[in-house]
Design a protein around this ligand. Structure first.
Ligand code: AMP
Length: 223
């Protein structure tokens, strides 16, 4: 597999579509920096930083953290970017964020290579997220059905008992899906018009999805 140079990607899709899992795999494969705003925010909440205090109540409800907070955060992250490309996992999530990101990329002289949309039906999302478990200490993610830990419900890395993310309870998941459809889906058209969108199915094993992802990224055409 040919390694692309300085690839800057956005992973778009509903919560639980596998963006994070695929971002991690691709980041390792192509030596990209994975920037997951959800992970950054959860760590800020855990450490009770000013950012965490601003974000916590929104996250608990399954609502989006305000755009100006997110744009401030992403500005800091992109400014300190090491050499090499990046994958944005979970950002942008609103048109306002997408426009702010465009301005920021221009300012920093960075270019987007592609936006990958992971499509997964809502029922499958609810099913997946109720089986998702996370380590409250290191943030590692598991799925009791598709990617279970070695020792029952304990983290493979640090041995902590795994927990259901607060926002993975079924009612909150349904709310997050509504938020996705209402606030984030307009981005599909935004990036399609700019010929950046590559759509793949996020259904199947992580290996199957990864194969589709690599193919979509090598295929010069947008869909
Ligand atoms: P995630 O792990 O990507 O599902 O993110 C978890 C939660 O963090 C979301 O439900 C939001 O409350 C918040 N969050 C993450 N990324 C963003 C973003 N780009 N804009 C607004 N809120 C976000």
């Amino acid at each position: 597999m040919e390694r692309l140079n300085r690839v800057n990607l956005i992973f778009l899709g509903p919560p639980g579509a596998g963006k994070g899992t695929q971002a991690e795999r691709l980041a390792r494969r192509w030596h990209l920096k994975k920037i997951s705003t959800g992970d950054i925010l959860r760590e800020a909440v855990r450490n009770n930083t000013p950012l965490g205090q601003k974000a916590r109540e929104y996250m608990e409800r399954g609502d989006l953290v305000p755009d100006e907070v997110m744009l401030g955060l992403i500005r800091e992250v992109l400014r300190e970017l090491p050499e090499g490309g990046f994958i944005l996992d979970g950002f942008p999530r609103t048109l306002e964020q997408a426009r702010g990101l465009d301005r920021l990329l221009q300012e920093l002289n960075l270019q987007l290579h592609a936006v990958v949309l992971f499509e997964v039906p809502d029922e499958e999302i609810v099913r997946r997220l109720s089986a998702r478990r996370v380590c409250p200490k290191c943030g590692a993610t598991y799925n009791l059905i598709t990617d279970p830990p070695k020792n029952d419900e304990r983290c493979d890395r640090c041995g902590e008992p795994l927990v259901l993310r607060d926002d993975d309870h079924p009612d909150t998941v349904r709310h997050r899906l509504e938020v996705y459809h209402r606030q984030t889906e307009p981005l599909i058209e935004y990036y399609r018009r700019r010929d950046l969108l590559r759509t793949i199915s996020g259904v199947g094993t992580p290996e199957e999805v990864e194969t589709r992802l690599l193919q979509a990224l090598q295929d010069g055409h947008s869909h």
